[in-house]
Structures are given as structure tokens and as C-alpha cells.
Design a protein around this ligand. Structure first.
Ligand code: PEP
Length: 240
């Protein structure tokens, strides 16, 4: 059985003092499930220091597809590895839609993360327009296929995040999530975990995590509130 994973995506939020309080609370409160925090790049050293020797693992939100060189403002996989990142998000919908990341670029980032020894969390999902047009499977298959054409996904992580559910308060129903997870699962090895993300909160987490092909969650807004994130993590524990 795949071990569950809950990753908190802090996005562009935080300060040294707020981070310290949040990390302290997460370390004290999260038990019984693998938990990662995707911190903004400038705070990775702080995360590395605070999480050393704890079960909570450090993750980044993005990386360059390039290894080094004249790419002003970019951060390489090797740099993230030096700060102890275990995971990195690639292809988050905010990167795809606000920063124009293409499927090919996301696939290159996936490969770059693997080359640096960091496990990528490949985010994919359809827009509302695509869902309404009945194109969900076509879109996620295309996004996944761009990576599978280059590399085996193996024990990396995939996060299904319908764009219409991210930061909107509108969650996919557990059945909608399960349907897409089952579709993705047919294309993945048994080791690959598929997380669900999109307005997960304590009120809906248990129902989503009860779906057979949901292996955990990628949590945005609720990961910034310690008690909510800890509650979501506790609901992700496998019972029995
Ligand atoms: C995310 O940013 O990956 C996310 C799922 O955000 P939220 O939980 O706020 O919808």
C-alpha cells in the first residue's frame, strides 16, 4: 500500500517569524503521516534548520529546468538539494497559467529535479472551461504524457489539482477527484502516489482521503493555518 503524503504549498506567503511559529506547530502537531512543507525559496535555509532531525520534510515550489548559468532569478535543482529539499512542485497551475510554463518546460523541470536527486511533485489539472467541454481526461493525459514521453515517473508524485478548485473555495467532489485519480492511475506505476489538491480543508479532507485512489493532498490556503493543516494531516493517516 502506498504511504500517504500531505504537502503544504505556502505559495508567496510568510516571514521569518511567521514561518518559525508555523514550523514549530507543524513539527509538534503532525503525526502518523508523511508531511512536507513547500516553502518560498528565500526561507529554505530556515526550513532546513528547523526541520533537521524531525519527520517533517522540506520542499520547494519551483525550480529551473537548467542546471546552471545565465538565468537571472532562477534556482537550480542542485541549489534546492543543498538546502535539503526532498520534494519540489513542478507545473503548479499558477506557474502554468500566470507564468506561461508549457508542458515541455514542466517536463524539463521534472527531469531536472530527478537529476538533482529531488522527487518532483507533478501538478496537473483542467480549467473549468476544459471540464465543462468534457476535456478533463484529454487535458490531464496530455500534461502527464509530456512527462512520460521523457522519463519514467516511478516513485515520483503526481498531484491532480483542478484549476477551478484552487484557491476558490470550490472543491471537486470526492467522486470527481476519484474519477480523475483512477484515470491517472492506469497510466502510472503502482509506486506513484497521486495527491488531490484544490481547496482541501478540515471540513472536506476526510471524504476526499477516503477515495481509493487518493494518496494524500496538496494543500494551499489551509496549510498556512497550523491547526487546519494539522487536522488535515491527521485525516490522511491510514486507519487500520
Ligand atoms: C495549491 O496551491 O496547490 C492549492 C491546492 O491551493 P488551495 O488549497 O488554496 O486551493
Amino acid at each position: 500500500m502506498r504511504a500517504r503524503l500531505v504537502a503544504g504549498n505556502w505559495k508567496m506567503n510568510g516571514s521569518r517569524s511567521a514561518n518559525q511559529a508555523l514550523l514549530d506547530a507543524i513539527v509538534a502537531g503532525v503525526k502518523g503521516v508523511e508531511c512536507a512543507v513547500c516553502m518560498p525559496a528565500p526561507y529554505l535555509a530556515q526550513g532546513q534548520e528547523r526541520l533537521r532531525g524531525t519527520p517533517v520534510v522540506l520542499a520547494a515550489q519551483n525550480l529551473s529546468e537548467h542546471a546552471s548559468g545565465a538565468y537571472t532569478g532562477e534556482v537550480s535543482g542542485a541549489m534546492l538539494a543543498e538546502f535539503g529539499c526532498r520534494y519540489v512542485l513542478v507545473g503548479h497551475s499558477e506557474r502554468r497559467h500566470m507564468f506561461g510554463e508549457t508542458d515541455a518546460q514542466v517536463a524539463a523541470k521534472f527531469v531536472a529535479a530527478c537529476a538533482a536527486g529531488i522527487t518532483p511533485i507533478l501538478c496537473l489539472g483542467e480549467t473549468l472551461e476544459e471540464r465543462d467541454a468534457g476535456r478533463t481526461e484529454e487535458v490531464v493525459a496530455r500534461q502527464l504524457g509530456a512527462v512520460l514521453d521523457k522519463v519514467r515517473i516511478g516513485d515520483a508524485v503526481v498531484a491532480y489539482e483542478p484549476v477551478w478548485a484552487i484557491g476558490t473555495g470550490r472543491t471537486a467532489t470526492p467522486e470527481q477527484a476519484q474519477a480523475v485519480h483512477a484515470f491517472l492511475r492506469q497510466r502510472l506505476s503502482a509506486a506513484t502516489r497521486v495527491l488531490y489538491g484544490g481547496s482541501v480543508k478540515p471540513e472536506n479532507a476526510a471524504a476526499i482521503f477516503s477515495m481509493p485512489d487518493v494518496d494524500g493532498g496538496l494543500i494551499g490556503g489551509a496549510s498556512l493555518i497550523a491547526k487546519n493543516f494539522i487536522a488535515i494531516c491527521s485525516m490522511a493517516q491510514r486507519k487500520g
